[in-house]
Design a protein around this ligand. Sequence first.
Ligand code: DP6
Length: 385
Amino acid sequence: MRIVTAVAPVNIATIKYWGKRDDDLILPLNDSFSATLSLEDMCAKTTVMISPYLLENKFWLNGKEENMDNPRLSNCLKALKDRLNKENSEEVSSWKIHICSENNFPTAAGLASSAAGYACLVYALASLYQVDGDITAIARNGSGSACRSIFGGWVRWHKGSLEDGTDSIATQIFPTDHWPEIRVLVLVVNDSRKKYSSTLGMKQTVMTSELLKHRTKFVVPDRIEKIIDAVHKKDFQSFAKLTMKDSNQFHAVCCDTYPPCFYMNDVSHAIIDMVHVYNEFKGQLKIAYTFDAGPNACLFIQESDLSEVLSLIRYVFPSNLNANEYYRGIALDKDLFSKDLSLPTGITQYGLNTLRYIIHTKIGDGPRLLQDAKEHLLDSNGLPK
Ligand code: DP6
């Protein structure tokens, strides 16, 4: 019997992936660039177990048994088994597998849970089957953005040009500690609409959007180089502008899709407005926003501005929650809040609890194994604990 447990992080793209050139192999139309967020505040956790005594393959996700027939899951499993070290007996690959996975952050946060989930699964399986070498191309088979969660720090997913997709991999461009002053605030917004999946949304975009063609050919290649240069120099002004412009172009492309797909809502727009009014008032870019396929915002700021930015958000989006519920993630000093916050005149204040809560986090490491047997999500019979 073999059992392995791993945790893997969420990543947030500052230059977005949107659109595939091959739907089956999950090959993107453009490169993308992301920051990996700290495992301490948000992560997926997965236990995988193989044994000659297990009778069938089974999979539990967030406490619910799911179907193993999912093609993305079977593709990841097959790709790893194909790479099984020859010293491992043939036998091991025929043993049945149990997989148990959960996210430590509420699904309501709507943040790349599939990216963290598939990165975690592939990382745990690679350890279980003792597979060496690149595993980002395998994680990509689960969910495109998952390949970027295989590394910590600042990561680039190269679109590649080979038909079989073997060169469509992610690489770490800068390590976790490269720019330690960066802080990330995830603003979780209330949203009752049904989630429209990224996979379907981007497929529709590829079929119908002219703007996407312009974006992938003329905009992204240059932006990728520029953002890497900005992060290299720790140039927050350039980084912030490129990040916001790319988020806006991604949503413009969604709007150019026919029928259009809208992921942001009125609160998302209110956040964008707050950021621009505040940046303008300060005479420089202090906050950068980026939005994925949902209404929640991810803000990048520098640590020295944390106090003032948190006070600003609480002013603009008042809440009657106590501080422990409103601020999650990295603990805040009690006296952190800016006593004499100077606000732009006429800044709009929204209704109570328009924002649900804020996760305060930073750039973090890639996946890791948890060695302590207490951490396993499966018991010795292969059932969820
Ligand atoms: C908006 O990776 O979820 O978050 O490859 O179809 O599984 P599939 O899509 P997915 O798309 C993520 C899109 C995005 C932007 C990004 O993370 O780059």
